[in-house]
Design a protein around this ligand. Structure first.
Ligand code: 13P
Ligand code: SF4
Length: 305
């Protein structure tokens, strides 16, 4: 089957299976093209919880499908590629986090949604890149353990100087690869462009940003800004919708290294196979699910930036 036949067959099967097709903002263009909803990881999981469909096909990485399973336990959550993981989420385990908590019993654990369900279950509250600072500010605690992204952790710490912040040493290999030299080169070539950066970038890169935000925040900023040109400091998959929604504006990727191999694993063939076989299904153990849900629910009670 060619691309368009695959896309048509997937859409047909979505109707037959009563399935909702979700695609993260970093997925391949041909998948974003046919998704019911594209969005950031938490936004998509909330859509999974809201829908009246029976099946969720989650085109993203494993922790995202787990979040959908946590928030929508009555639905069948399919992850077309079970091997699509997140290296940053894998940099912390529940056991490792328990050890750190034992060293800092007075600290509140704030865990980025880019983490496994088991790690969320060990946490007091979750955060996303769009609400991290508000979450940290909402807490009475004087001491925070920020898990697992050291870059997001340092970004939070800068905004809550009144709190002691201990950052887990995890990072996103894709965002961490973006360098100051990449931004300086892009700026020299496009002096009229604004630089928007995801908080998973290093502090040195973030220091150069005109606007720091989540992937969803980038769509909003590109839409509302008067600027015509933007240097985009996040995974290249975001360009698809940025360009589609803003045909009169220019988006520049400052580095060819801004590609997440895990996000690009899922192909149309994988999505089709998942709908045909109703596999692989992602589930979360009931006890872990309940604890992880508590951490997510606490976060959902805090307003987004
Ligand atoms: P958001 O879409 O939540 O900003 O996440 C970025 C990311 O790296 C997801 O893997
Ligand atoms: Fe994980 Fe980074 Fe890939 Fe997102 S872009 S899935 S944080 S490795």
């Amino acid at each position: 089957m060619n691309t368009s036949e695959l896309q048509q067959e997937i859409r047909r099967l979505c109707v037959e299976r009563n399935a909702l097709l979700l695609a993260h903002n970093y997925q391949r263009d041909e998948i974003q093209e046919i998704a019911d909803i594209t969005g950031d990881s938490l936004g998509l999981s909330m859509e999974a919880a809201r829908t009246d469909k029976d099946v969720i096909v989650f085109c993203g990485v494993h922790f995202m499908a787990e979040s959908a399973a946590i928030l929508a336990p009555d639905k069948t959550v399919l992850l077309p590629r079970l091997d699509a993981g997140c290296p940053m989420a894998d940099m912390v385990t529940a056991e490792g986090l328990r050890e750190l908590k034992a060293q800092h019993p007075d600290a509140t654990v704030v865990t980025y949604v880019n983490s496994s369900a088991a790690v969320k279950a060990e946490s007091d509250i979750c955060c996303t890149s769009s609400n991290a600072v508000n979450v940290a500010r909402s807490l009475d605690a004087k001491k925070l353990l920020l898990v697992p992204d050291r870059n997001l952790g340092r970004y939070i710490a800068r905004h809550v100087p009144e709190k002691e912040c201990i950052c887990w040493e995890g990072y996103c290999p894709t965002h961490d690869r973006l360098t100051v030299a990449d931004i300086e080169r892009a700026r020299a070539e496009h002096p009229d462009a604004l630089f928007m950066a995801h908080p998973e970038c290093t502090p040195e890169v973030l220091a150069l940003a005109d606007h720091i935000c989540s992937t969803s925040g980038m769509y909003a900023f590109a839409r509302s800004s008067e600027a015509r040109k933007f240097i985009v400091g996040t995974e290249m998959g975001i360009l698809y919708r940025l360009r589609k929604e803003n045909p009169d504006k220019e988006f520049i990727l400052p580095s060819k290294a801004l590609i997440c191999p895990n996000m690009k694993l899922t192909s149309l063939e994988d999505v089709l196979r998942a709908l045909q076989t109703m596999q692989p299904v992602v589930t979360v153990d009931a006890e872990i699910r309940q604890k992880a849900k508590t951490a997510l629910d606490r976060m959902l009670a805090v307003p987004r930036d």
